[in-house]
Ligand binder design. Structure first.
Ligand SMILES: [Cu+2]
Length: 318
């Protein structure tokens, strides 16, 4: 468990071309206990999990501890599901509550990170299908963030919550949970993709998205420039991309075991957010913590449409 906990906090962020790494520096090291909630696995599960001890509690609890501030702050993120076990095809209501310690009043004030108060990423952890990037709404009176989300299929899921209490440290915390009911998702086998062109449909409009990496051979521990190129259905470069989350685009990378999570930001800064129009290329800087298969989701905005293109690739040992 200890090992896995720390992996959940592996975080790397690059922005503004400065390649500023937040790969577990002292100020963001999360040393606390992270009791992960794992509901009982459904019968088709083949994956080994370590934490079943809290399978019967209704509240998920995570603690992130910082060592920078003398009196260490224990942030706690509670996730409440309604219904307690999400059902496939039916809306699930989630409450996300950040407190300063295990038992405490919800924090009500947050700093904006990448244009939002909270970022929530959800994937199916069996095969990285069902990608969702959501910005929960904060009820300022209660301090409770909430969303309603529908999981199309039953299976194992994982969510990452990225939030920064006002004046505090940025928290990245992960929760594993199961969705029950029918249909049950049959996980696909992830493999390195030969194709570098993805057809993406956003609000009925087709796009071609490519991903090119430098160096071409992805090596763990090495800075990698990942460049997405967005074209229309006819291959004509899109040059009027709109800013997304106050940037030229957004990119999340998760490894095939759903343990490594990289939230990367564009290599180039967007100065004038309102007036920015970009494309066809948007680059991100990434540094993969270890070898393995990874999937990257690039997100871009064009004429109000949100494009999400995913690419699966192998990272070799350095
Ligand atoms: Cu976000």
């Amino acid at each position: 468990m200890e090992d896995e906990q720390h992996q959940h906090f592996v975080r790397q962020e690059s922005k503004s071309g400065s390649q500023a790494e937040e790969h577990s520096p002292p100020h963001s090291q999360n040393k606390g206990e992270l009791p992960m909630r794992e509901r009982e696995s459904h019968s088709s599960s083949h994956e080994h999990h370590h934490a079943h001890h809290s399978a019967h509690t209704e509240m998920t609890t995570s603690i992130a501890t910082t060592s920078m501030i003398p009196e260490s702050i224990n942030y706690n993120v509670n996730v409440q599901f309604d219904p307690a076990t999400p059902q496939a095809g039916k809306p699930t209501h989630l409450n996300l509550i950040v407190t300063e310690q295990k038992v405490g009043e919800p924090i009500k004030n947050f700093d904006i990170i990448h244009d939002k108060l909270m970022h929530l990423i959800i994937v199916n952890s069996e095969d990285l299908s069902h990608f969702a990037h959501i910005h929960p709404t904060l009820d300022k009176e209660t301090g409770i963030f909430h969303i309603t989300h529908t999981f199309a299929k039953a299976g194992k899921y994982k969510m990452w919550i990225d939030v920064k209490p006002k004046g505090g440290i940025q928290i990245l915390t992960a929760f594993a949970f199961n969705v029950e009911g029918q249909p049950v998702h049959s996980p696909a086998t992830l493999a390195h993709e030969q194709t570098q062109v993805k057809n993406v449909v956003a609000d009925g409009q087709s796009y071609q998205v490519t991903l090119n990496c430098q160096p071409e051979q992805l090596v763990a521990g090495m800075d990698t420039k990942m460049t997405f190129e967005i074209r229309d259905a006819n291959g004509k470069p899109i040059t009027n991309l709109e800013p997304l989350m106050a940037a030229g685009g957004h990119c999340v990378i998760i490894d095939a075991t759903a343990r490594e999570f990289l939230h990367v930001h564009p290599a180039e800064e967007v100065d004038n957010v309102a007036g920015w129009r970009g494309g066809p290329s948007v680059s991100f800087l990434a540094n993969f913590p270890k070898p393995g298969l990874y999937r990257a989701w690039g997100q871009f905005q064009h004429e109000g449409r949100l494009l999400t293109a995913d690419f699966t690739f192998e990272v070799v040992a350095g």
